[in-house]
Design a protein around this ligand. Structure first.
Ligand SMILES: Nc1ncnc2[nH]cnc12
Ligand SMILES: [Zn+2]
Length: 323
C-alpha cells in the first residue's frame, strides 16, 4: 500500500477540488440549482466541454472569503490525510470575479484556508494564478499583470488552463513574458486535448519550467527527447487523462515510457472529484500499473518538490522529510 509514502501535488485546480457534496451545500447556502451538473452526489459531464460547464457551475457557488477558506482547507486536510506534505493549487481570478469576488478577497480567503490546514496538519501550499485560455489573450494578459503585481506571498507561479484547442500558444506569449519577468514560476497546460504540436509550441513560445500534462508529447520521439534534455517537468495527471479519454486505459498511458526516456514526471489529480481521483489514488494507480516501489514513488515526490515554485528554505525543509 502507498498510504505511508509522503506525497506532493503540483497540479490541482482549487475550484475543481470541490466535492459534489460541498458544492451541494454551497447551493443550499445560496439557494441555487445544481441539478444540471450534479446527480446522485456525482458530477455529470461526458466530454471536456461539458466538464468545463460543471467546473464553472461549481466555481460560481464560492462567493466569499469564507467559502474559499473552507474549500482550500477541506482540500488540503484531505490530501494531508493521504500523507501529502506539499501542494500547489491553480487559482483562477476570472472564476472568482464571475462569482463577484475581488482578487484580494479571493487570495485572502484561500490563504486563510491554507493557514488553517497548515496549522492542523503541517501541509505546505502555494498558489499559481492561471489565465483561462478560451477567454482570450487579453484576459490572460490581465491575469498575468495581476500575478506580476505579486498580490500575495503564497502566489509563486503563473499558468494557463482552459480549452487547449482555443487559439494558438503564440497568442499568449506576451502574458507569459510579463509573468516570467516578475519572477514567477511558469507552467502551461499543453499536450492534453491537443497533440505533440501543442507541447512543441509551449516550449517554443512560453519556455515553461513545467507543463501541465504534456503527455501527448509521446506522439513525437524527438519531442520527448527534447523535453528530457531540457529538464522541463511534466505535471502528469493519469486519472484525469483516463476520465477525459486522452488515453483509453492505464496500460496505454505513457507515464512510465516518458520516465524511462529521461523525462522528469510527477503525479497529480487535476480535478480530483470530477475524475474519481485523489493524489493518494494517483500514487496507488502508479504502483499498481507500473510496479513502482516505495523508493520509486518517493523519488516522484522528490521530483515534485525539486520542481515546486518554492523558496529554497521551504524546499529544503520538505526534502528533509523525504530523507
Ligand atoms: N484538465 C484541465 N485541462 C484544462 N483546463 C482545466 N481546468 C481544470 N481542469 C483542466
Ligand atoms: Zn489542469
Amino acid at each position: 500500500m502507498t498510504t505511508r509514502i509522503k506525497k506532493a501535488e503540483l497540479h490541482c485546480h482549487i475550484e475543481g477540488a470541490a466535492s459534489p457534496a460541498l458544492v451541494k451545500a454551497q447551493a443550499r447556502k445560496y439557494n441555487a440549482d445544481v441539478s444540471g451538473f450534479i446527480s446522485d452526489d456525482a458530477y455529470v459531464w461526458s466530454d471536456f466541454t461539458e466538464f468545463l460547464v460543471a467546473y464553472d457551475g461549481a466555481a460560481s457557488l464560492f462567493r466569499s472569503e469564507e467559502d474559499y477558506a473552507l474549500l482550500a482547507r477541506t482540500y488540503l486536510e484531505g490530501i494531508a490525510a493521504e500523507n501529502a506534505i506539499y501542494a500547489e493549487i491553480f487559482v483562477s481570478p476570472d472564476h472568482a470575479a464571475a462569482a463577484g469576488l475581488s482578487p484580494a478577497a479571493y487570495f485572502d480567503g484561500l490563504a486563510d484556508g491554507i493557514a488553517a490546514a497548515k496549522a492542523s496538519t503541517g501541509i505546505e501550499c502555494r498558489m499559481i494564478i492561471v489565465g483561462v485560455r478560451h477567454l482570450g489573450a487579453e484576459k490572460v494578459e490581465a491575469a498575468a499583470r495581476l500575478a506580476s503585481s505579486r498580490p500575495h506571498p503564497l502566489i509563486t507561479g503563473f499558468g494557463m488552463a482552459g480549452e487547449e484547442r482555443f487559439g494558438r500558444v503564440a497568442d499568449f506569449a506576451r502574458a507569459f513574458d510579463i509573468a516570467r519577468d516578475a519572477g514567477l514560476g511558469i507552467t502551461i497546460h499543453a499536450g492534453e486535448l491537443a497533440g505533440a504540436e501543442s507541447v512543441r509550441d509551449a516550449l517554443d513560445h512560453v519556455r515553461p519550467a513545467r507543463i501541465g500534462h504534456g503527455v501527448r508529447a509521446i506522439e513525437d520521439k524527438t519531442l520527448v527527447q527534447r523535453i528530457a534534455d531540457t529538464g522541463v517537468v511534466l505535471e502528469v495527471c493519469p486519472g484525469s487523462n483516463l476520465a477525459l479519454n486522452v488515453f483509453p486505459d492505464i496500460a496505454s498511458h505513457p507515464f512510465d515510457r516518458l520516465r524511462r526516456a529521461g523525462v522528469k514526471v510527477t503525479l497529480s489529480s487535476d480535478d480530483p472529484p470530477h475524475f474519481g481521483s485523489s493524489i493518494g489514488r494517483e500514487y496507488q494507480m502508479a504502483a499498481d500499473a507500473w510496479g513502482y516501489d516505495d523508493a520509486m514513488l518517493t523519488g516522484i515526490t522528490r521530483t515534485s518538490i525539486e520542481a515546486a515554485f518554492l523558496d529554497e528554505p521551504t524546499r529544503a525543509f520538505l526534502l528533509g522529510q523525504l530523507a
